[in-house]
Design a protein around this ligand. Structure first.
Ligand SMILES: Cc1ncc(COP(=O)(O)O)c(C=O)c1O
Length: 401
């Protein structure tokens, strides 16, 4: 017998650390773009798993792959060969463009993938002129452990946990002048950015900015590094967001969230001449890329390919964009701006978004609010036009109240 919402809430109050702002609903089941809470209420989830459930909840191909793998081998450590890692790395590399015969490292989360990238950049930099500093973007997000948190150019997320990692320099997104100034420092080994800032409120880097960053990296001998944890794996309408932006290919790129379709996995991919600096003993993980995680990742990629989801994301993105712009026209004083790329979308409000978020939830729609005023939507890549319309209707009702 499942617990009621109240019973689960009581367990949380007594036993869980309060580090999350939690909505008072207990989700017990999910299918596609819908979830059900412990009281049987159904919700349309247009932010499934905060980008993790990129194929919606419990995608049959991923569930089946996990069931099959669970019956064969759950875990084996990284000092043996694992067929799944080889196949998943090959499948990912096939979708990269301009990164040569890239090589993969698997871990368990986005923050771990960011850490791996930071370490690899330093390993490379020490051998290439003794460089070790990294330029990242203000308002970016790369995770919560110390390297990733330091790279995250948001003082409010770092406050109270100092001292941070030394050697990080922050510049505003799409500010080429500031980037040039930052590169005056000759100890820089890498520039890292989300091609589309997700947690920051859906702000795409411009092609021009990333092209300038690439040129500066070439000029000064530094690595171009993209965090595609949120924007990657098809969400922008290409397998990788840098391809949608039209930006130069990076030296290092990392993924997590939608890669596992709901199962935890992260991956870092690097050009071979960079990857070779991560030699035995320099980095590792016990769980990273275990057979279950790789089976899930492979099922995700195969599903994206078989169901032609990249084209679907582009079409549904347009559909969502039209609906959101319609809301901006209806509520010009309330909706300041619509930002969207593929199925990453934001309604930037002129007032705090939380009350609207709560109204949406009461009406059966799940989205989230970031940076106080930004309502964020990251629908599943296989969302239908009818589901998006249903969400837009609820949003409209909430905004009208
Ligand atoms: C761009 C980006 N990088 C890294 C992370 C951290 O990922 P995780 O929460 O899996 O550690 C996130 C999470 O939201 C993210 O959006």
């Amino acid at each position: 017998m499942p617990l009621s919402t109240k019973e689960t809430a009581d367990l949380y109050a007594q036993y869980l650390i309060g580090n999350y702002g939690r909505a008072p609903i207990s989700i017990v089941k999910g299918q596609g773009s819908y979830v059900w809470d412990a009281d049987g209420k159904k919700y349309l989830d247009l932010l499934p798993g905060l980008g993790v459930d990129g194929l919606g909840h419990c995608p049959p191909s991923v569930v089946e792959a996990l069931r099959k793998q669970a019956g064969e081998l759950l875990h084996i450590h990284n000092n043996y060969l694992m067929e799944g890692q080889g196949k998943l790395a090959r499948a990912l590399v096939k979708h990269l463009s301009g990164m040569g015969e890239a090589k993969a490292f698997f871990c368990n989360s986005g923050t771990e993938a960011s850490e791996a990238a930071i370490k690899l950049a330093r390993l490379w930099g020490k051998k290439n002129g003794g460089k070790w500093k990294i330029v990242s973007l203000e308002n970016g997000f790369h995770g919560r452990t110390y390297g990733a948190l330091t790279a995250t150019g948001q003082p409010k997320l770092q406050a109270g946990t100092e001292p941070l990692l030394p050697g990080f320099i922050y510049v505003p997104i799409n500010d080429t002048k500031a980037l040039e100034q930052a590169f005056e420092d000759r100890e820089i080994c890498g520039f890292m950015a989300e091609p589309v800032q997700g947690e920051g409120g859906i702000f795409p880097c411009t092609k021009e900015f990333l092209t300038a960053a690439s040129a500066l990296c070439d000029l000064r001998g530094a690595l171009l590094m993209y965090d595609e944890v949120q924007a990657g794996m098809g969400r922008t309408g290409d397998m990788f967001a840098y391809q949608t932006v039209g930006a130069p290919a990076p030296d290092i790129l990392w993924l997590a969230k939608a890669l596992g379709g709901g199962f935890p996995i992260g991956a870092m991919l690097a050009r071979p001449e960079v990857a070779e600096h991560m030699v035995p003993g320099t980095h590792g993980t016990t769980f990273g890329g275990n057979p279950l995680a790789c089976a899930a990742g492979l099922a995700v990629i195969e599903t994206v390919e078989k169901e032609n989801l990249l084209a679907h994301v582009r079409a549904m993105g347009e559909h969502l964009g039209q609906g959101l712009h319609g809301l901006r026209e209806k509520f010009p004083a309330l909706v300041r701006e619509v930002r969207r790329i593929g199925l990453m979308a934001a309604l930037d409000l002129s007032v705090p978004g939380k009350p609207y978020l709560e109204k949406c939830r009461d009406e059966g729609l799940l989205i989230n609010c970031t940076h106080d005023t930004v309502l964020r939507l990251l629908p599943a890549m296989n969302v239908s036009a009818a589901e998006l319309d249903e969400g837009l209707r609820i949003l409209e009702k909430a905004l009208a109240q």
